[in-house]
Design a protein around this ligand. Structure first.
Ligand code: T3D
Length: 265
């Protein structure tokens, strides 16, 4: 994977990669280039079989502050007709990538995660928050509706009532509150945060990657399915999982009373 990006840091570790949004002077607010670079690197990570887990985080004191509002001001001043829906399709591509890549994607959120940055974290498979994290569905503060999949993911994570409260009031939710309401999987003391993320990414990168990919597909497709369709799908997925090298290795390891050595195949 190339790593010479302007607004993205790429840290390759054994089996996983950390993609760091890097515009700290604006709390990693998105401009077009940062979005393009994050998408390109995510696509590369999805394709690369040696990468078995992806971590997304932010440089400096924040995860991300949403879309760069300087860009909005320029568009409004230009008097050009506004068709933001076309621009949003670029974010939609990234969201689909997070969901569809057959390996786990973790959002590691410290500091503020606002607007579309917050909602990109919701599109990841797991979210870990530092105890200094602040989640803000900031859209209503500037007279917009939630985008970046927020209307889809947020009620599914926290329930419709809490989701509506978050988007209507646009108040900040702390890391510990986020854990309490199920917005994040875990809230970790800021001092332990980096070590926690590395250990989690390492663990997932050493897991049964083919099964993880199938698990993601089964879970996400079941969200929009009826029971019968989901039951049908689990059978199809299990047929595939049963044929993987990792499944056979893990059964052998169990019978031999030793830890399994997953190779992701
Ligand atoms: O185009 C499309 O596709 C549409 C998509 C829309 C999606 C969206 O994301 S809409 C929501 C956009 N985001 C916001 O409305 C959040 C705006 N920012 C804030 O409300 C606050 O900055 C925060 C709550 C995020 C953090 O507050 P705080 O007090 O910790 O930091 P700060 O002092 O406000 O910000 C620090 C700097 O970052 C500051 O610059 P300065 O004064 O030091 O030069 C601030 O202007 C800059 N910054 C923060 N957020 C943005 C930003 N600059 C540009 N765009 C931002 N979104």
């Amino acid at each position: 994977m190339r790593s010479d990006f302007q607004h993205l840091l790429v840290r390759q570790e054994e089996g996983f990669v950390i993609l760091t949004m890097n515009r700290p002077e604006v709390l990693n607010a998105f401009n077009d280039l940062m979005l393009e670079e994050l998408t390109e690197a995510t696509e590369a990570a999805a394709r690369d079989a040696s990468i078995r887990c992806v971590v997304i985080n932010g440089a400096g004191r924040a995860f991300g502050a949403g879309q760069d509002l300087h860009g909005f001001a320029t568009v409004h001043a230009s008097g050009e007709p506004i068709k933001v829906s076309e621009h949003l399709t670029k974010y939609h591509r990234l969201i689909r990538l997070f969901q569809e890549m057959p390996k786990p994607v973790i959002a590691a959120v410290h500091g503020v995660a606002a607007g579309i940055s917050c909602n990109l974290a919701l599109a990841c498979d797991m979210r870990i928050a530092a105890d200094n994290a602040r989640f803000v569905e900031a859209f209503a503060r500037i007279g917009l509706v939630p985008d970046g999949g927020g209307a889809f993911f947020l009620p599914r994570l926290v329930g419709l009532g809490k989701a509506l409260e978050m988007v209507l009031l646009a108040d900040e939710i702390s890391g510990s509150e986020a854990e309490r309401i199920g917005l994040v999987n875990k809230c970790v003391p800021a001092d332990d945060f980096d070590a926690f993320i590395l250990t989690l990414a390492q663990r997932l990168a050493q897991g049964p990657t083919r099964a993880y990919g199938l698990i993601k597909e089964l879970m996400y497709r079941s969200l929009d399915s009826d029971l019968q369709t989901s039951l049908q799908l689990e059978g199809e997925m299990q047929d595939v999982a049963m044929g993987t090298v990792d499944h056979r290795e893990s059964v052998r390891a169990f019978l031999e009373k030793r830890p399994a050595n997953y190779t992701g195949r």
